[in-house]
Design a protein around this ligand. Structure first.
Ligand code: ATP
Ligand code: MG
Ligand code: MG
Length: 549
């Protein structure tokens, strides 16, 4: 179905195209390769690539690698894989901000020549006194009135490595009295001796984000540069730089971040979880990273649908995780095939079934989609069923075994439990049943009603699988709310429980990543660690949302 989404930037683009201000739409997604992408980035990706698609324009994938530290090729590869998994394609438009270092340097020189930039020896701490506070004008720092010639000479010396790291910066010469602190002569180049993955040791000066980003956009002809709200106050600087340089005028538009309850999104904090071993890695199925969510069994479609529903606005809101989970359940319910799995098995013995008989029953792969076909599931005298499907003296509404009641084994037979065997502690170990041979396939020729339909596995055919039951990573909606505490204090100690379950034999041979609904149990997917010899499944979500308490 068509989702109605709110997107104020599309309204702006419509107006730009109608007035002739723009004749095409060019966007970019600019990740810094210093971590893995998370669900927040999916919102930006959906906006950047989705907008280009909508207007038959193009979206560039640009690695924002102007900060030489913390960047790694591992992240570069993972980011590309995740964007592709979401279903987006940058075609030949893959760019590196570091390829523009020469142009950026040239542009800085251009500003100096116009009297619009100067070298400043104040430390960033000392400069704060000159910059001042928004309510009062700042003061002119020393060096602001230096001549163009002297600034050109000093900037060249900065580039040539004649000063120590941090000895001076290049500042834009804008307005020390502006109410916007970002316009009070911001630093645009700093000295930093650091090896860069692309440019090696060629540079010891690196551009600051605000100077670099608008120039990257302009060089690439980006028309609509979308970023998150915290950059709104930087926009006048973005515009000032491009206007002073007299280059292509890209424009920046800000939207609010995606926030979800029970989820912490910040690469810095996610890195802490990884480094401290709180999770197994960036792709741990409890992580809000795209690779973690993929491994958990979430679908790209569900993630994109969430982004479409939240839309693009300037309001800082928080989306309830239950809404996201319900989108995922709907998608999985519709699109994943069914299988039978028993997570907490008890034995069923069909006393009147021949000892050495084996049959196979055809079970539908999807109850609502005949086109998904059927599969054959082996049946024999001894079966596994779910412990929760038996109850002593069960009330009528209980859908399961109790002594004296007839139930349906899905697609197989009607069986009646005659006796329950318990161990010394009173735990059920076995149900002794009889079957009605006339009910083959699961329906009675005399049309008698059976209310319960139970999933089952033939004990001698079922495989053992490691099943990882995942739950939310935190116990509270907002682990960052309490400023006195560390977000990691709220990690859910029961966020992972590993069990051994019984599964249909065919599940040994599925590919990692394949998703199933284990009937009446939940949504599962084969883990990356899954092999036919050692099957491993992750629980994506329970079948239904747990009741809110
Ligand atoms: P983080 O704050 O998690 O470290 P980041 O913004 O530093 O993320 P970038 O690599 O710079 O990470 O992000 C690329 C793009 O994704 C940016 O345009 C950024 O604004 C956007 N983005 C990051 N987090 C979110 C979010 N929660 N919602 C929407 N967009 C986001
Ligand atoms: Mg960033
Ligand atoms: Mg960041």
């Amino acid at each position: 179905e068509e989702i109605k989404t709110t997107n104020f930037i599309h309204d702006i683009i419509d107006a730009d195209l109608a007035s002739g201000k723009r004749s095409e739409v060019v966007t970019r997604f600019p990740p810094e390769p210093n971590g893995y992408l998370h669900i927040g980035h999916a919102k930006a990706i959906t906006l950047d690539f989705g907008t280009a698609e909508k207007y038959n324009g193009r979206c560039h994938l640009r690695f924002d690698d102007t900060n030489p530290e913390a960047e790694d090729i591992e992240y570069v590869n993972a980011i590309q894989a995740d964007i592709k998994w979401l279903g987006f394609d940058w075609g030949e438009h893959l760019y590196w901000a570091s390829n523009y270092f020469d142009t950026m340097y040239e542009y800085a020189v251009r500003l100096i020549k116009k009297g619009k930039a100067y070298v400043c020896e104040l430390s960033s701490e000392a400069f704060k006194d000159y910059r001042g506070v928004p309510t009062r004008p700042g003061k002119e720092p020393p060096g602001r009135e230096r001549s163009v010639e002297e600034n050109l000479e000093l900037f060249e010396k900065m580039k040539n490595g004649e000063f120590n790291d941090g000895a001076c910066v290049l500042r834009a010469r804008i307005d020390m009295t502006s109410p916007n602190l970002h316009l009070r002569d911001p630093a645009i180049y700093r000295i930093k001796r650091a090896h860069h993955h692309n440019t090696g040791d060629k540079w010891c000066i690196y551009p600051m984000y605000d100077f670099a980003h608008c120039i990257e956009d302009s060089i690439e002809g980006v028309t609509h540069s979308m970023c998150t709200m915290e950059f709104e106050v930087h926009r006048p600087l973005y515009d000032w730089i491009l206007e002073e340089l007299e280059v292509f005028q890209s424009r920046q538009y800000e939207f609010s971040k995606l926030n979800l309850t029970y989820i912490v999104l910040s690469k810095r904090r996610l890195l802490q979880l990884v480094n401290e071993g709180r999770v197994s890695g960036w792709d741990d199925p409890r992580m809000p990273t795209l690779c973690g969510m993929r491994r958990r069994g979430f679908t790209a479609e569900a993630i994109k649908k969430l982004c479409a529903i939240v839309g693009c606005t300037k309001f800082e809101g928080i989306t309830e995780i239950e809404q996201f989970e319900s989108i995922i359940r709907d998608d999985l319910n519709e699109n994943s095939l069914r299988a039978m799995g028993v997570v907490d098995p008890i034995k069923v013995v069909i006393e009147n079934y021949p000892d050495d008989l084996e049959e196979e029953f055809e079970v539908p792969n999807h109850p609502q989609k005949e086109e998904c076909g059927v599969r054959k599931v082996p049946f024999s005298k001894e079966l596994w069923v779910e412990r929760t499907d038996y109850m002593d003296d069960a009330p009528n509404k209980f859908k399961g075994f109790t002594v004296g009641r007839e139930v349906r084994l899905r697609s197989a037979y009607l069986v009646t439990c005659n006796e329950v065997v318990k161990d010394d502690e009173g735990n059920v170990v076995e149900l002794r049943c009889t079957y009605d041979p006339e009910t083959k396939g699961g329906s009675a020729p005399d049309g008698r009603k059976v209310r319960s339909t139970i999933h089952w596995l033939s004990a001698k055919h079922a495989i053992d699988a490691e099943v990882r039951l995942y739950d939310r990573l935190y116990t509270v909606e907002n682990p960052l709310a309490d400023k006195e505490k560390d977000f990691k204090d709220f990690i859910n100690p029961k966020s992972l429980e590993v069990i051994t379950a019984k599964l249909e034999p065919m599940l040994a041979n599925v590919e990692p990543g394949v998703r199933y609904q284990f009937e009446r149990v939940g949504y599962f997917c084969a883990d990356l660690d899954h092999t036919p010899e050692k099957p491993v499944f992750n629980r994506t979500l329970t079948l239904r949302a747990p009741r809110k308490v």
